[in-house]
Design a protein around this ligand. Structure first.
Ligand SMILES: [Zn+2]
Length: 192
């Protein structure tokens, strides 16, 4: 069972990396089994994980130093929802839009269907902070995708397919917003 969870995290890491949603050593992934969180090690390469890169600890235990710096946020989400799967990624188009918009409203049908709108949450310290953990625990019930300004997303749910799909749809929607803006600028120039 434990091996199965670790194997699934390895697989999810590869998919997240292949989708271009994380850089070489960025992002992190976790799963909850009973009272135990399984999470990627700090600095691990999500596209090239092995089972040794996965650290475990219980919800009430002190977070081990080897665990991802975002463990505090993962734990806050598990504590406030019934979710069992979390991914944290840095999708470039979403992060870019988070710098200039307070909420991102998808233009494409799929994005609208899955997400409706994506609020942008600001934190003074956006990485591995108590502040982000507090934001996450207060909004996680309402939002499966939590976008932190200038940093990235936390997506939680009850299967890898669910969380990976939400992350991928959100980034595609952000990309479509950029493409649409470019087309609009282009056609304006053509009319001159
Ligand atoms: Zn991050």
């Amino acid at each position: 069972m434990e091996r199965e969870v670790k194997r699934e995290i390895v697989k999810a890491g590869r998919i997240l990396f292949d989708l271009g949603l994380v850089g070489y050593t960025s992002g992190n992934i976790s799963a909850l089994m009973g009272n135990t969180i399984f999470i990627t090690r700090t600095g691990s390469k999500l596209g090239y994980l092995s089972e040794k890169d996965i650290v475990s600890f219980t919800l009430n235990e002190k977070i081990p130093e080897t665990a991802s710096v975002e463990s505090i946020v993962h734990r806050a989400i598990y504590a406030s929802t019934t979710s069992t799967h979390i991914i944290h990624a840095h999708p470039p188009h979403l992060v870019a839009l988070s710098l200039i918009q307070r909420k991102i409203i998808p233009l494409d049908a799929e994005g609208k269907y899955y997400l409706k709108e994506i609020p942008v949450y600001r934190a003074r310290n956006p990485i591995g902070s108590e502040e982000v953990a507090e934001i996450a625990s207060s909004v996680a019930k309402e939002h499966k995708l939590i976008l932190i300004r200038s940093h990235g997303i936390f997506v939680h749910g009850n299967s890898w397919d669910e969380v990976l799909n939400i992350a991928s749809v959100a980034e595609k929607s952000a990309q479509i917003i950029f493409l649409t803006a470019q087309i609009k600028n282009y056609s304006l120039r053509e009319k001159k």
